[in-house]
Ligand binder design. Structure first.
Ligand code: FNR
Length: 363
């Protein structure tokens, strides 16, 4: 097999290896998938203004996220059901993340439990939370997450209802019978039976609390001391409300284009959110990051770090833990090279002046 020279190549390998139903579940976006294409395309409308004759023999990529020092500002977004990609699933991802010295966010909808992931060894891990109608389920989950040593909660706020992913509907997507949503084992939520016609969408719709509002954020803050990141903010308005509600940080995300189609790419709205935050909380981004140059562009627009989703599940499918390690290493190498060629020796040297945005450029 020819050497994989960039992160995107893992998608083709995963497509070959995975059953169609699984590949489609990982790859797809909502409805027309306009936002899905836009998430990656928008990065190509940002160009560099590199500075020259700066000694770049030493590059420091270390980042600080909620007080935790990590090796680079490249982290792992929560993606559900990773054992469909590889038998070691989330545990392989967790090992790869800690080997790379970076943070992994574990999905609530994982096929390995929080305890299993914690038992893979040391590592800085956050937990992605969705709020279910039964608050006892949520509270018990939060307690387990705290006990397992997770350091923060990423509260998903863009998925009270699931976006329509048409390939999942066509494929009648269902979790393969040998797998379960481990965090809910023993609870009603743990078993996902085949649901007629609309597959996963109907199932989740029945469990997630559609009444979720700002008062529930207060409730969550009252039951845990863990810092809470808000995942799924796309506007200045919500950024300001989130900060009033004492949120620890924001992840600018459109859920990998799987929820509301025709929202802008995350990289296009990042600066709006950064400006509204006025440096009061860190702003992160996920969606469409496939290159080290993308990471640099997000940081130049004010992000404190980025998260990757699909690149992790595709590399996991291709080569398990080794695949995920390679993806993290590739992005790291590309990001380092981008810093060097732009004349930046540390993250704090990456500024808005290092890029030009050409949002109105022809597509
Ligand atoms: C996701 N995402 C997601 N988000 C979340 O809050 N909880 C979850 O369980 C999941 N599950 C999930 C599964 C799959 C297969 C994908 C592709 C995405 C969204 C994810 O955290 C992140 O926002 C995007 O994946 C980032 O975009 P890229 O890197 O995939 O382009």
């Amino acid at each position: 097999m020819a050497e994989v020279t960039n992160v995107s190549e893992y998608e083709a390998i995963a497509r070959e290896k995975l059953p169609k139903m699984v590949y489609d579940y990982y790859a797809s976006g909502a409805e027309d998938q306009w936002t899905l294409a836009e998430n990656t395309r928008a990065f190509s409308r940002i160009l560099f203004r590199p500075r020259i004759l700066i000694d770049v023999s030493k590059i420091d990529m270390t980042a600080n996220v909620l007080g935790f020092k990590i090796s680079m500002p490249i982290m792992i977004a929560p993606t559900a059901m990773q054992k469909m990609a590889h038998p070691h699933g989330e545990c392989a991802t967790a090992r790869a993340a800690s080997a790379a010295g970076t943070i992994m966010i574990l999905s609530s909808w994982s096929t390995s439990s929080v305890e299993e992931v914690a038992s893979t060894g040391p590592g800085i891990r956050f937990f992605q939370l969705s709020v279910y109608k039964d608050r006892h389920v949520v509270e018990r989950l939060v307690r387990r997450v705290e006990r397992a040593g997770f350091k923060a909660i990423a509260l998903t706020v863009d998925a009270q209802r699931l976006g329509r992913r048409e390939s999942d509907i066509k494929n009648r997507f269902t979790l393969p019978p040998h797998l379960t949503l481990k965090n809910f084992e023993g609870l009603e939520l743990g078993k996902m039976d085949k649901v007629e016609n609309s597959g996963l969408a109907s199932y989740v719709a029945g469990q997630i609390d559609r009444t979720l509002s700002w008062k529930d954020v207060k409730w969550l803050q009252s039951i845990t001391v863990l810092p809470i990141l808000m995942k799924g903010v796309l506007t200045a308005e919500d950024t300001r409300i989130a900060i009033q509600n004492k949120i620890a940080g924001i992840i600018v995300s459109n859920h990998g284009a799987r929820q509301l189609d025709y929202v802008p790419s995350t990289i296009m709205v990042l600066e709006e959110v950064v400006k509204a935050a006025q440096g009061r909380v860190p702003i992160f981004l996920d969606g469409g990051v496939r290159r080290g140059t993308d990471v640099f562009k997000a940081l130049a627009l004010g992000a404190s770090g980025i998260f990757i989703g699909r690149s992790v599940v595709f590399s996991l499918a291709a080569d398990g833990e080794v695949g995920v390690r390679k993806v993290l290493q590739r992005l790291r190498d590309e990001f380092e090279l981008t810093m060097a060629l732009s004349g930046c020796r540390s993250l704090s040297e990456i500024t808005r002046d290092h890029i030009i945005t050409r949002w109105d450029a022809p597509r």
